[in-house]
Every structure is written in structure tokens, then in C-alpha cells.
Design a protein. Structure first.
Length: 136
């Protein structure tokens, strides 16, 4: 069988949505388009970003869960921000961020860890091959 196609998989955290738009619509993203075509891009509303003490990241974990229609969203947000801070305080973590997927009404947490990929970590895990840090 033919080899699987190359896939483009990246996570970007932008502090300025205009810079994100400039990147995606500008020349810098053209190499991605030339190599992979137009990728499906998920976009979330950032709710909380915490920087941890680690200086690099070798793995990324993505957790997500639905917000129930009758849930106390304020209480859930407060609890998840506290959980983010707890995770960010770990010496193994570079950063943790929480976002709202406004299309699916679910929360998404991304944790960047300095440890190698751990299959027992909550969520889907991915190896980090390159960590860009402008503005960190």
C-alpha cells in the first residue's frame, strides 16, 4: 500500500488575533499550503494561559470535555483555572492553556510537558518536535 500522506499538525497560541491572521494569510504560511494543502484549522477562545517553570517541551497533551447545557459555567471556569495553575506549577510543565471550542461547546486543555510522551497521561498525547517561543 502507498505510504500515508504527510499531515500538518501544529498548535499555535497567539496573543494577538491580528498576528494570527497575518500569519495564516501571509507568505510565511504558504510553505504549509504548498506542502499539505489547506489544513483544517481549529480555533478556540482562550480562557486561561499559565507558564510553567520548564524551559522546553517534549510532549503535548490535549484534553477536552463537553459543557453540559445546564452547567454552572462560571464555577466550572473557576475550577479549571485553578487546575491550570496546579498543572503549571509542576516543574515538568512548560505551559498549560485552557480554551473554549465555541462551535462544539467544549473545553480544551493543552499541556506542554518537558517529559517524554507518557501514554498514561490524561488526554491525547503527541510528541513535540519543535517549540517556537516568540514572545514567551
Amino acid at each position: 500500500p502507498p505510504p500515508p500522506p504527510h499531515l500538518y499538525s501544529s498548535v499555535y497560541l497567539w496573543s494577538d488575533p491580528l498576528q494570527a491572521a497575518d500569519f495564516l494569510l501571509g507568505e510565511r504560511f504558504q510553505k504549509v499550503l504548498d506542502s499539505f494543502g489547506q489544513p483544517h484549522i481549529e480555533s478556540w477562545l482562550p480562557l486561561d494561559v499559565q507558564r510553567g517553570p520548564a524551559q522546553d517541551a517534549l510532549s503535548l497533551y490535549r484534553e477536552e470535555w463537553a459543557l453540559a447545557p445546564g452547567a454552572d459555567r462560571g464555577q466550572i471556569l473557576a475550577a479549571e483555572k485553578a487546575r491550570n495553575q496546579q498543572l503549571a506549577d509542576s516543574s515538568d510543565n512548560f505551559a498549560v492553556f485552557l480554551a473554549l471550542d465555541v462551535q462544539a461547546w467544549k473545553l480544551v486543555r493543552i499541556t506542554l510537558s518537558a517529559k517524554v510522551l507518557d501514554v498514561n497521561h490524561p488526554g491525547n498525547g503527541y510528541e513535540v518536535f519543535y517549540l517556537a517561543r516568540p514572545g514567551v
